[in-house]
Design a protein around this ligand. Structure first.
Ligand SMILES: [Zn+2]
Ligand SMILES: [Zn+2]
Length: 285
């Protein structure tokens, strides 16, 4: 008997969207980024070979859209080898149970993210009091209870390798969540950053809707450790990525990316850290 999988009891459709919703971008021949409402999923793998991995699992109730996107790119009946989660927030695991039920593929996440993916621990409440706009204000409706993937979830290997993505390594980038990871491919310096940093001011509804490109720290309402978040951005900047796809916002590359990432590192306290909020350390600024 297959073990039951469950979403948290606060799981629900979130009625927020952006101009990019439903749009896919082929960032590299084997890196496809698709926006579901306000979050991105990534398909890593060459459509020529049909071999690919899904990174993150979209918004609640988006499974049918994800199936359609994948069939459109990789052909009818195609499925990934595995699903890698950058972290377990609701907007990155929103359709995971439907996906796993259909495909029966392994799901991987960092060891420190496991309590939130095995029904043991809720994420801290989203902070609606944090400096920011309408998305921050509406964040209390966001699900924060853990989902339970049972035996379908596995811990990423301790040596930094990524199952089914031999050219990638994962980098532990905590701060936004304890077990947050980013994926990096040395040979072309491609970075899948997750929410370690994003390219849209995710707290502001107007900017989310228009997807105006602007480097930003992790989404504020769910970030609880700003010191760690800063260290993580410093770590990623040191990799000198040539292309970055993020959990929210449009892909960035080349000079534009390096300049922006450099700016984010140098001015992290001003750009990323909110002036006020429940999880802001009074001594930080
Ligand atoms: Zn997140
Ligand atoms: Zn996110």
């Amino acid at each position: 008997m297959d073990q039951e999988m469950n979403y948290g009891s606060d799981y629900k459709y979130i009625p927020t969207t952006s101009i990019g919703s439903g749009v896919g971008i082929e960032v590299l021949p084997d890196l496809y980024c698709f926006t579901i409402q306000i979050v991105n999923i990534h398909l890593v793998g060459d459509p020529q070979t049909g071999d690919f991995v899904l990174v993150d699992a979209g918004m609640p109730e988006s499974a049918e859209e994800i199936f359609a996107v994948i069939e459109e790119r990789f052909g009818t009946g195609s499925q990934p080898r595995a699903i890698i989660l950058t972290h377990g927030h609701f907007d990155h695991v929103g359709a995971i149970i439907e996906l796993v039920k259909r495909w029966d593929v392994p799901v991987y996440a960092h060891a420190l993210e496991m309590p939130y993916l095995t029904g043991q621990k809720s994420y801290p409440e989203p902070d609606s009091t944090v400096e920011g706009g309408a998305v921050a204000k509406m964040s209390p409706i966001f699900p924060n209870e853990p989902i339970d993937l049972g035996h379908h979830i596995q811990t990423l290997p301790a040596d930094g390798t990524v199952p089914y993505l031999p050219d990638f390594n994962y980098i532990h980038t905590p701060g936004h969540s304890p077990g947050h990871v980013s994926l990096f491919r040395e040979k072309d310096r491609a970075l899948i950053a997750g929410d370690a940093f994003v390219t849209v001011k995710q707290e502001y509804l107007y900017k989310v809707i228009t997807q105006e490109q602007e480097i930003s720290g992790p989404p504020r309402y769910l970030t609880t450790d700003w010191k760690a978040a800063k260290e993580s951005v410093i770590k990623l900047e040191k990799l000198k990525p040539s292309t970055a796809v993020t959990g929210h916002g449009l892909p960035m590359s080349g000079e534009f990316l390096s300049e922006n990432l450099n700016k984010l590192v140098n001015d992290f306290d001003q750009i990323a850290v909110p002036d006020y909020g429940r999880y802001v350390d009074k001594d930080f600024h």
